[in-house]
Design a protein around this ligand. Structure first.
Ligand code: DP6
Length: 400
């Protein structure tokens, strides 16, 4: 942490995660306690990450926040809950001792700047990475260590899973105070080196119903969601952990697809219904099933969150072929934009039988681009002070 003239500054990065057993529904809206446990894969920060700089100074007159360079409302209740919780842990850690003796006064105002390395408009879950990053940076700033998923959870439920790398379970917990509703690592990112992730960023409108409001209506109205939380998820969670432990792609992929489909079924069972999948999402689902049927086994698995972008899990040896199938199925508009981004993808020529069986009705321009990534680590501290998003004056640095 840089600390000079009463100014302390920390920068952290944090990852996006994608659930393979979905979280949908809260039993406590304020504490953000879920009705079921969930399980996700943390994606690599080389492709998708949030960077956050947090600074505290006795010279700051008020708390301030900048999102992607634009000043934003620092009074957001969830942001305030995270700030309050980190400060509470810091106070506890200092054992209620003399605050002036502590490295940083808890009464100083803070400045926070945060940026994503991916376009917010792409509709990729950014609140999970955002709150995980905020909590990581604040904790470092105040010298708080240890269990922080509980704090990130107060920002956004799924954010608690972005506090760890690899394969992560968010345990529902039983206690009304939420102290046992925490994220745990099931396996590190190195556990399954062949696993790859393709994010298919689709063209079109922004999502209509946010997750927070959507899941509340589902809890209030969907009998299927109640059944899912009570009877389906506990069994699936145990099964999914076994598939991950055994690196069984067939089992992992099948269950990921079924769980995504059931989540979207609970959305349809919500009243009034919520539609996150659109015609294109359904087109991608059918394409994945045709591809797997052609190969006679599960080679790709899709999952969708509260929006139409598809996330595809596959193994390294299938990436080039499937990317070519997507390119043929959704021929990109020739506007010079890079269609395949992220990790390199080799070239593949498709056998005629595969083309005939899988690429049936091409929809030009429907997929904007494909991002190729893989599982990655949890939040990181950025050591290089030139990477701070705030300058020595505590204001956003002008970007090059
Ligand atoms: C469909 O974590 O965004 O992505 O807790 O209200 O902030 P809040 O909701 P959020 O919900 C994520 C829902 C999901 C499934 C998942 O990530 O498990």
């Amino acid at each position: 942490m840089a600390e000079e003239r009463g100014l302390a500054m920390v920068t952290c990065t944090a990852p996006v995660n994608i659930a393979v057993i979905k979280y949908w529904g809260k039993r406590d809206n304020d504490l953000i306690l879920p009705i079921n446990s969930s399980l996700s894969v943390t994606l690599h920060q080389d492709q998708l990450k949030t960077t956050t700089t947090a600074a505290a100074s006795r010279d700051f007159a008020e708390d301030r926040l900048w999102l992607n360079g634009e000043e934003a409302d620092v009074g957001h209740p969830r942001l305030q809950a995270c700030l309050r919780e980190v400060r509470r842990l810091a106070r506890k850690r200092r054992g209620g001792g003399d605050e002036d003796a502590a490295p940083l006064s808890l009464s100083y105002k803070i400045h926070v700047a945060t940026e994503n390395n991916f376009p917010t408009a792409a509709g990729l879950a950014s609140s999970a990475a955002g709150y995980a990053c905020l909590v990581s940076a604040l904790a470092r700033l105040y010298g708080v260590e240890g269990e922080l998923s509980e704090v990130a959870r107060r920002g956004s439920g799924s954010a608690c899973r972005s506090m760890l790398g690899g394969f992560v379970q968010w345990q529902r917990g039983e206690r009304p105070d939420g102290r046992d509703s925490l994220a745990h690592q099931v396996a590190p990112e190195t556990h399954w080196p062949e696993l790859r992730v393709l994010v298919l960023v689709v063209s079109g409108e922004k999502k209509q119903v946010g997750s927070t409001a959507g899941m509340q209506t589902s809890v209030d109205t969907s009998p299927l969601l109640k059944h899912r939380a009570e009877a389906v998820v506990p069994e699936r969670l145990a099964l999914m952990m076994r598939h991950i432990r055994e690196r069984d792609f067939e089992g992992f992929g099948q269950l990921a697809m079924r769980d995504s489909n059931q989540f979207h079924a609970t959305c349809l069972d919500t009243f009034p219904p919520i539609f996150y999948l659109n015609d294109l999402s359904r087109h991608i689902i059918a394409l994945a099933h045709r591809f797997n049927a052609h190969h006679g086994r599960t080679k790709v698995a899709y999952t969708f969150d509260a929006g139409p972008n598809a996330v595809i899990f596959t193994l390294a040896d299938t990436v080039a072929e499937f990317v070519e199938v997507v390119r043929r199925s959704f021929p990109p508009a020739a506007n010079g934009d890079q269609f395949v981004r992220g990790l390199p993808v080799g070239s593949a020529s498709l056998p005629e039988e595969l083309l005939a069986a899988v690429v049936t009705e091409p929809v030009p321009g429907a997929v904007r681009y494909i991002l190729h990534t893989k599982p990655g680590p949890g939040p990181q501290l950025v050591d290089d002070p030139s990477q701070h998003l705030l300058g020595a004056d505590g204001l956003p640095r002008r970007r090059a």
